[in-house]
Design a protein around this ligand. Structure first.
Ligand code: PMP
Length: 384
């Protein structure tokens, strides 16, 4: 059957996260601290609006761009939360942030265009860029810089073929954030080289130091940013597959064409639930965040007590803990931790070569699971 397959697709490797899950499938007695999704149920009043949509017969296609009411709520939400100005014609409702990422590359890249992304970084950017013939170029982000993009390092990898920068803060896998003054330095470079930035801000509601600052709100940046966000992380709605992209209306117009031919529209039921989330979901975000704050503190304290260096993450729900002192590769460490220690975490290398020496530990788990996981982790490192 291979002869029928597309050459580019054949070359793409399965996600390192998926691969690691498959490897650890046999370990049914292991406790997972590996998944990047909230453990909370979707808040009841939000789910209820989805149920009502079905009961009221709201089960037909919506406009390709998404329900007007939802786009209006998104417009208000990004203004209220991040001081970003996008009207309903500058917003497209997508199948999670994932489709928004894919659409950004499809609509903006030509074959041969170079796209700068971080190493380590979220797993979907590199393959999606390759699928449209773009060329991924990596800028290393380092623990000593708190995993922020260093402006000098960024300048070094820019060539005359660079068209795009992909940014993701709060960051998966490191939990890093970039603050206003950090973003302003990047913005200067972006404007100087006339780049477009795909800014994946899916974890924007999960910051533990001040409020999230959107790259799109930095002066002079609106025309250089494609802003991606969604409901999965903020509202515990991963399975609803609901996200959005905000950008100049010329970009959105092109995105709507691709979206129309591939998806038509996002599930109508999910869109109705999304309206409720944006209108009345602020308290839910706060309640979940309170729990993440407690868990994050607990995890950091446990690592500290074990004598492990854990860089202090100010966003998302991940700790990126340095295990290089044990002399094992991240993958070896993580595999032995599954089979001997009975805890599943993700090796840093699943996110790129520069994740070597690190593990991504998710705290989107109950405090009881975290406690048990950390007790086991501690016993395991004592055997090394
Ligand atoms: N971006 C990042 C950085 C993520 O971690 C995820 C989910 N793991 C996504 C995008 C996609 O999320 P969704 O499609 O569920 O909105």
């Amino acid at each position: 059957m291979n002869k029928y397959l597309n050459d580019v697709v054949k070359e793409i490797k399965p996600s390192g996260i998926r691969r690691f899950f498959d490897l650890s499938l046999g370990a049914t007695d292991a406790i997972p601290l590996s998944v990047g999704e909230p453990d909370f149920d979707t808040p009841k009043h939000i789910a209820q609006k989805g149920i009502e949509a079905i009961e009221n017969g709201n089960t037909f296609y919506t406009p390709n761009a998404g329900l007007l009411e939802l786009r209006k709520e998104i417009s208000k939400f990004v203004k209220r939360k991040y001081d970003c100005d996008y009207n309903e014609e500058e917003i497209l409702v997508t199948l999670g942030g994932s489709e928004a990422i894919d659409l950004s590359f499809r609509v903006l890249l030509n074959p041969g265009d170079e796209v700068i992304m971080t190493n380590p970084g979220y797993v979907s950017y590199e393959p999606n860029v390759k699928l449209v013939g773009g060329v991924p170029v990596f800028v290393d982000i380092k623990e000593k810089n708190n995993f922020k993009i260093d402006p000098e390092d960024l300048e070094k990898v820019i060539t005359d073929k660079t068209k795009m920068l992909v940014m993701n803060y709060p960051n998966n896998p490191t939990g890093a954030i970039m603050e206003k003054e950090d973003l302003e330095k990047i913005a200067k470079i972006v404007i100087k080289h006339d780049l477009i930035v795909v800014s994946d801000e899916i974890y924007s509601e999960l910051t533990y130091k001040g409020k999230h600052v959107s790259l799109a709100s930095i002066e002079g940046m609106k025309n250089h940013v494609v802003l991606i966000n969604g409901f999965s992380k903020s509202f515990a709605m991963t399975g609803w597959r609901l996200g959005y992209v905000c950008a100049d209306k010329d970009i959105i117009k092109q995105m709507i064409k691709v979206h129309q031919y591939t998806a038509i529209c996002v599930s109508t039921i999910s869109q109705f639930a999304g309206i409720e989330a944006l209108k009345n979901g602020d308290d839910d975000i706060e309640k979940m965040k309170e729990q993440y704050v407690i868990r994050r503190k607990y995890l950091l304290q446990r690592f500290k007590d074990m004598g492990l260096d854990c860089y202090v993450p100010y966003g998302a729900f991940y700790c990126f803990v340095n295990i290089s002192k044990f002399g094992l590769s991240s993958e070896e460490f993580a595999l032995r931790l599954v089979f001997e220690g009975k805890v599943i975490v993700i090796p840093g290398t699943a996110f790129g070569s520069k994740g070597e020496g690190f593990l991504r530990v998710s705290y989107a788990y109950s405090i009881e699971d975290l406690k048990e996981g950390m007790d086991r982790f501690e016993r395991f490192i004592q055997t090394l």
